[in-house]
Design a protein around this ligand. Structure first.
Ligand SMILES: [Zn+2]
Length: 236
C-alpha cells in the first residue's frame, strides 16, 4: 500500500511503548510504529487531533491539483479537517478486530442452529481510489460450542471496513476472523456495496450493487446448509 512508505518518510518521532506492542500483533499495525500515529494522536487544546504539517501540505497539494486554491477562505481549514477525517475513516488500523471475539458464552441453552446478523450497514474506502464504499453485510455462523454477543460481529466488520479495502478482501477477512476465533461449524458472509469510484467517476453508473460472499466449513462443503443459510440471510 503506497501510502505507508510516504508516512514512514515523515518519521523521526520517538516510538511509544504502546505503538511497539501493537506492532508485534501484525503487519497492518506497522505504520503505527512509524511514529505518525503517536504524534497525530496528540490532541490540541480544543480536543481535536493534531494533524502534522506534512499531512496538511499533502492535502493542499491535492486541492491545487484538483484545480482550486488552498488559500481561499473556504478551504483554509480543510487540510486539517481532511486529515482528521481520514484518521477516523481508517481507525480500523488501530485495532485487531479479533479482540471483539475474545469473550464468548458457552451456556447457550442447547441452541445449535445458525446465528444470523442481517443487513449491517458499513462504510469503507477503496484502496484504488480512496473513494467511499457504502453497503451492508450479513454475517452468519453455525456455533460449535460457543457464541459471541451479537454486536461483536458488527464490530469485527467495522474493524476491517475502516481501512483501505477492496470488497473481496473485506468479505474474506471478516469470515476468516470469525472462523479462526470462534471455531464454528460454518461461517457465511455476504456483502452488498456501492463503490464511489464507480458512481462518481469512470463509468458513472448509479444504483449498481456489487455482491461478494465467503463461505467456510459446512456452508462451503454442504449445499443444503448453504441454501439454508442464504435463505436466512436474504429472505424472499
Ligand atoms: Zn476504487
Amino acid at each position: 500500500m503506497a501510502i505507508y512508505p510516504s508516512f514512514q518518510r515523515l518519521g523521526g518521532w520517538q516510538l511509544r511503548g504502546s505503538a511497539r506492542a501493537l506492532n508485534r500483533k501484525g503487519r497492518l499495525m506497522n505504520y503505527m510504529a512509524s511514529g505518525l500515529m503517536s504524534r497525530a494522536d496528540e490532541a490540541m487544546g480544543d480536543g481535536k487531533l493534531v494533524v502534522p504539517p506534512e499531512v496538511q501540505e499533502a492535502i493542499r497539494t491535492l486541492i491545487r491539483w484538483a484545480g482550486d486554491e488552498p488559500d481561499r477562505e473556504g478551504l483554509v481549514d480543510t487540510p486539517a479537517r481532511v486529515g482528521r477525517a481520514w484518521r477516523e475513516y481508517c481507525r480500523g488500523y488501530g485495532e485487531d478486530p479479533a479482540r471483539h471475539l475474545a469473550r464468548t458464552f458457552e451456556e447457550v441453552g442447547g441452541y445449535d442452529e445458525v446465528v444470523v446478523l442481517r443487513d449491517i450497514p458499513f462504510q469503507s474506502h477503496c484502496e484504488h481510489h480512496m473513494a467511499p464504499i457504502t453497503g451492508t453485510a450479513s454475517i452468519a455462523y453455525l456455533p460449535r460450542d460457543r457464541v459471541v454477543g451479537i454486536s461483536k460481529l458488527a464490530r469485527v466488520l467495522h474493524g476491517y471496513a475502516e481501512r483501505l479495502q477492496i470488497q473481496e478482501r473485506l468479505t474474506a477477512e471478516v469470515a476468516n476472523c470469525i472462523w479462526d476465533n470462534l471455531q464454528p461449524r460454518g461461517v457465511a458472509v455476504v456483502i452488498e456495496a456501492q463503490h464511489g469510484c464507480m458512481t462518481g467517476r469512470g463509468v458513472r453508473v448509479h444504483g449498481v450493487g456489487m455482491v461478494t460472499s465467503k463461505m467456510l466449513g459446512c456452508f462451503l462443503d454442504d449445499p443444503t446448509s448453504r441454501r439454508e443459510v442464504l435463505s436466512l440471510m436474504r429472505p424472499a
